[in-house]
Design a protein around this ligand. Structure first.
Ligand SMILES: *Cc1c(COP(=O)(O)O)cnc(C)c1O
Length: 409
């Protein structure tokens, strides 16, 4: 790989004009779109409009605001292969995961096992641990080393399995699971499946209805670029909606909410999965962010992500592996999400040096992983090339052991 190749890819990139909608500095190169997407002018403008609406309408605004979790959810659903009435934008991913996993377990009374992946994102494992403990269930955490993670997961599912909960794209390695195959495997055994789409939404094709998925959750602040702490989303297959009960009996899930009746009576349909007052300002950001992703088109976004991860993978193999790094992302491009991860014993101080020298903002994951997460809307192929070159340069020049490790997300 050389820089000319990357420049050629940029010239042929039909998504290149989208970069102008983000105010990104030339340096450091932003490679952390899988942790926090950058702001677009569309999202910034939507936030300003929402603040104005609040000022103008005050409490009357609730006339229209109240439906936003569902209307924005429908728009997001179109991006995720979900027909209307199955997606809500509300709460955080963690809270949504809890609500849906709880609902699935209650629905599957008698079955005693939850299947998940041993190396999955902490919040997913913790929520499932908590549920297993309070419901007296067994949490079966599957090790998925090797190139047949689906096989290992299928082997762990049996007729006692209530719920299978998996990340579509793995946060640490960027490995993408065969969602349709695993969904069918769970159903074969009578289990429900819950997909975490945190690293998929806005980056790789998702086809919830096509997969025949039961449940899903995900984030809007990663590849959807809706801003720090923007709300999560949830999906419940239509045919399950009236059979499932979620654990938080809040007033937004109540039928005829403003009658304020004594007894809790859940709304029909997806609305019963709401809990409390939605964040209208950040919903405005999600709406604009999803519209921008939709205008680029999920197929084109993924095609570019695939080319970018290919470039990252090839350059890392040429430049970083000889310096002692390992690429932990699958070699097969069809099994990758939108980020590429390398491991190295000095990953933390290396990552720190790249940030301190204002070269690359990448993302460290304990104990030894650096993730490179470009965004198809705003990253250039030369950014991918230059980021790996900078990593190699810093490694060759040497860097100090960084002292304190402080990282939030
Ligand atoms: C980022 C991420 C989350 C984040 O959950 P929050 O409730 O938004 O903090 C959850 N699951 C996975 C797999 C993630 O990558």
């Amino acid at each position: 790989v050389n820089r000319k190749d990357a420049e050629g890819l940029d010239r042929a990139d039909d998504l290149a004009p989208f970069r102008a909608r983000f105010e990104l500095a030339e340096r450091p190169i932003y490679m952390d779109g899988n942790s926090l997407g950058p702001p677009s002018s569309a999202v910034a403008a939507a936030l300003t409009r929402a603040a104005r609406e609040w000022q103008d309408d005050l409490v009357e605004g609730w006339e229209t605001w109240i439906d936003r979790p569902g209307t924005v959810g429908d728009r997001l659903g179109r991006l995720l292969g979900a027909a209307d009435g199955q997606v809500l934008v509300c709460d955080s991913t963690t809270v949504n995961l809890y609500k849906l996993a709880w609902a699935a377990i209650a629905h599957q009374a008698g079955r005693r096992v939850i299947v998940a992946e041993a190396g999955d994102f902490p919040t997913d494992r913790y929520v499932l641990q908590g549920l297993a403990e309070t419901h007296g269930l067994q949490l079966r955490l599957v090790e998925t080393r090797g190139d047949d993670p689906e096989g290992a997961l299928e082997k762990a599912m049996d007729s006692d399995t209530a719920l299978v909960c998996l990340s579509h794209v793995h946060f640490r390695t960027g490995r993408k699971l065969a969602a349709d195959r695993l969904t069918a495997a769970a159903h074969d055994r009578g289990a429900l499946i819950l997909w975490d789409l945190a690293h998929s939404a806005g980056s790789v094709p998702v086809d919830l209805d096509g997969w025949e998925a039961d449940l899903a959750v995900g984030c809007t602040y990663k590849h959807l670029n809706a801003g720090p702490g923007s709300p999560g989303f949830l999906y419940v297959r239509r045919s399950l909606q009236d059979d499932l009960r979620q654990p938080i009996w809040g007033w937004f899930g109540q039928d005829n909410q403003f009658e304020m009746e004594t007894a809790y009576r859940p709304r029909p349909g997806i609305g019963s999965f709401l809990a409390g007052t939605p964040g209208i300002l950040s919903l405005a950001a999600v709406d604009a962010a999803v519209a921008l992703v939709q205008s680029a088109g999920p197929i084109r976004l993924y095609a570019k992500a695939e080319r970018m991860t290919r470039l990252l993978f090839e350059s890392a193999r040429e430049r970083l592996v000889p310096l002692g790094a390992d690429i932990i992302t699958p070699k097969d491009p069809t099994r990758r999400g939108a980020h590429v991860s390398v491991s190295h014993p000095r990953a933390w101080p290396w990552c720190r040096a790249l940030i301190d020298r204002r070269l690359v903002v990448a993302d460290f994951r304990t104990p030894d992983v650096i993730r490179l997460g470009p965004g198809s809307l705003y990253s250039r192929f030369v950014d991918c090339y230059d980021a790996v070159e900078a990593m190699a340069q810093v490694m060759e020049d040497g860097f100090p052991d960084a002292a304190v490790r402080r990282r939030v997300t």
